[in-house]
Design a protein around this ligand. Structure first.
Ligand SMILES: *[C@@H]1O[C@H](CO)[C@@H](O)[C@H](O)[C@H]1NC(C)=O
Length: 406
């Protein structure tokens, strides 16, 4: 059964090859080109394309590795100046690379569920590898979330089994591939500190853990430090000028805040006292720092404070009772906090909740209920991402077939 699920889902991904691709396709083509044809010190500085490299170094190395295979397929895609290049073989290669990198998710699902009885195990594999949001975002819109979330699933499975050190190191690798996962770091930190670093050898365990994590960061950032590029890398990773709300909003606290602002502005207009600031333009696209008409602007620090406030009860509980069995839930909760109140959140960040939570959903009824509600709403909120008419039936079918299966 499990194999049939994987084969079926993979076949579906192949059928999606000709579907609509977002600008992320060109983003990743450009990253292939940058990492394979420019020297390291230009990876984070070259601006030939507007889609500059803004993921951490280990992801850049992943692109570099892919590019080694891309040479054999169509070297023209690796030319930095070849903006918007999308030959058939390039599409085949890039789409194919997403499918191949999904091996991380599939193997993670295999590993995490290997002790579950059937048919629960097959259900878990289905929930993980056929995630409708992931199919739409990765295999239509175009991204590599299956790879990243697959590493997260591996890490969660290890921590849940009490192998905290391996799980923690894997999480450090993940952080160095996509720093957005930093919102889960407090949960990992408290759990590792309280669960892994205890007993008679607590100090030694802490030192080993610290050395391993530092080693991962050294491998990742070391070459860029040596090339004198650390500032450029960090500047690209943390571009705070991007504004509170992403071009297409995540359905979170700030969407409500922006809606309240619009309503207040309209109300003032009706009363004949229009707000001083121009009407808020929050959907500005590429950059565009948003400004509110009536309500005060929200700084990154204020958003962070709200996230941490929401996360605090969970951290206190982890501190008091670090329980591997509850770890997946804590991580999903942390992802939820940052989705709900974080600064410049993408709607796709909801996948960081629905994918891990599937690991718990097969184990308890309340978790299954949470998972069903969250996946139904979060994946529904992803549908507008694919706005082209041709993809309308596909996205509705993928969403509709997956959601009630739980
Ligand atoms: C980016 O790389 C291209 C191709 O090597 C080069 O022509 C251009 O000058 C570089 N631009 C910057 C800003 O480094």
């Amino acid at each position: 059964m499990r194999w049939r699920i994987v084969v079926f889902v993979t076949a579906l991904k192949v059928l999606l090859f000709p579907a609509y691709r977002s600008t992320d396709f060109e983003v990743h083509r450009n990253w292939l080109a940058i990492t394979s044809s420019l020297p390291l010190r230009q990876w984070y500085t070259n601006t030939t394309s507007q889609w500059t490299l803004d993921y951490p170094p280990l992801f850049a190395w992943f692109e570099w590795a892919l590019a080694q295979a891309a040479w054999l397929v169509d070297p023209a895609m690796l030319d930095v100046a070849n903006l918007g290049y999308a030959s058939d073989s390039t599409i085949l290669f890039q789409r194919g690379s997403v499918i191949v990198s999904d091996a991380a998710l599939i193997s993670g699902a295999w590993f995490a569920t290997r002790r579950e009885p059937e048919p629960r195990r097959s259900l878990a594999v289905f929930l993980l590898v056929a995630n409708s949001g992931l199919l739409l975002v990765d295999h239509v819109h175009f991204q590599y979330n299956g790879l990243l979330l697959g590493i997260l699933v591996w890490s969660l499975a290890l921590v849940r089994e009490g192998r905290s050190l391996a799980g923690g190191v894997l999480f450090a690798v993940l952080l160095n591939m996509k720093h957005l996962f930093a919102c889960l770091a407090p949960v990992y930190f408290v759990h590792l500190l309280r669960h892994h670093c205890r007993g008679p050898h607590a100090m030694r365990r802490f030192a080993v853990l610290g050395a391993c994590v530092a080693g991962v960061f050294a491998v990742s950032f070391g070459p860029f430090v040596l090339a004198g590029q650390l500032r450029q890398v960090l500047g690209r990773l943390f571009p705070f000028q991007r504004g509170l709300c992403h071009a297409y909003w995540a359905a979170n606290v700030w969407a409500l805040y922006a809606a309240a602002d619009k309503a207040l502005a309209a109300g003032l207009q009706l009363l004949g006292r229009p707000a001083a600031a121009p009407a808020a333009n929050l959907t500005g696209g590429l950059v565009g720092v948003s400004s509110f008409a009536v309500l005060p602007d929200v700084s990154p620090a204020a958003a962070l404070a709200l996230v941490l406030a929401a996360l605090a009860p969970c951290l206190v509980r982890l501190w008091r009772a670090p329980d591997p069995a509850g770890f997946v839930h804590a991580v999903a909760y942390a992802a939820m906090c940052s989705f709900m109140a974080g600064y410049h959140v993408h709607e796709k960040a909801a996948l960081m909740v629905t994918v891990p939570l599937a690991l718990d959903a097969i184990r308890s009824r309340p978790a299954a209920r949470d998972w069903l509600f969250l996946s139904a709403t979060a994946h529904y909120a992803l549908l507008p991402l694919l706005f082209t008419l041709a993809e309308y039936p596909i996205k509705v079918l993928i969403y509709g077939i997956y959601t009630p299966k739980a």
